[in-house]
Design a protein around this ligand. Sequence first.
Ligand code: ADP
Ligand code: MG
Length: 333
Amino acid sequence: MFAKQIGIDLGTVNVLVYVKGQGLVLQEPSVVAISQVDSRILAVGLDAKEMLGRVPESIEVNRPMKDGVVADYEVTKAMLKHFIKKAGGGWLSRPDVVISTPAGVTSVESRAVEHAAKEAGARNAYLLREPVAAALGAGMPAHTPTGNMVLDIGGGTTEAAVVSLYGIVVSSSVRVGGNKFDEAIAAYIRRKYNLVIGDQTAEQLKIEIGSAIPLDEQISLEIRGRDQVGGLPKTLTVTNKEIAEALVEPLEEVVKVVRNVLERTPPELISDIIDRGIVLTGGGALLRRLDELLTQETGVPCYVAENAQACVAIGAGKALDVYDLIARAAPIS
Ligand code: ADP
Ligand code: MG
């Protein structure tokens, strides 16, 4: 029997698992709940996220990949084990796994992830750089010696990169992503209305009525928060135009990252990029009219990839078949 082939996107906000022949089988928050009494892992993924902000102090709910680093080896291992098992792999049918880690992860941390995956039940574990996974998952010809530019906007980071022959030619990243967008929205509402809102409300505003450029139609959403002055609950209607305004500053950071990479890209590859456009991946790419804003601000056509949020996991899954080629062309040191 052939071993199962699994691609894992170990993201700062979400873990996605792609199984060859089955497609995307799992998408869960990268959250772990740990008992402070005996350090036992109490819940992982969706179950752990439901505990956020709702449990006593004796239980800590944390995001092990939060700032794009592997904060805790044991917690990361427990998380991988949970997801590998849930995807149908275990000691009886040990899968081959390709894992993509966030941009900021160092090579020492990557090795730790590789090791953790083996201890978590993988027969073989390989690492893949995120932009390479994103480009493969978006269906770009990343295996050819041509310029393929991807911009991945996750929860914690945004990374732009030019990929050629499975390797990264130029890249740049910034610790601005969906989470910072949410923070900017919460800060805006607090400044303008003296209303304090939670992270989840800010994210809801972004997803339901947010855009990078104001929309033509006027949409709005009623939200609840706590009045900063009186301390009492208050209801407020927020419009799309306001959210677009709140997002101006963090979006400037995203534009800067793209410009920075374009400026450093060798001329031979620039012409491919202008022809093909820049492909946007990650959950943050789903923000309305972001592709338009980036096209305007960079002068290069930008497109949102199909299945943008799943591209990295899909690319990692696809990479198993060609891992030998990838390791030879662009080894991870
Ligand atoms: P990571 O790779 O860091 O785990 P993801 O690629 O899964 O992150 O993206 C998560 C981010 O995408 C979150 O900040 C979430 O709010 C954002 N997101 C998801 N869907 C949308 C949407 N429709 N519009 C805007 N942002 C979205
Ligand atoms: Mg990601």
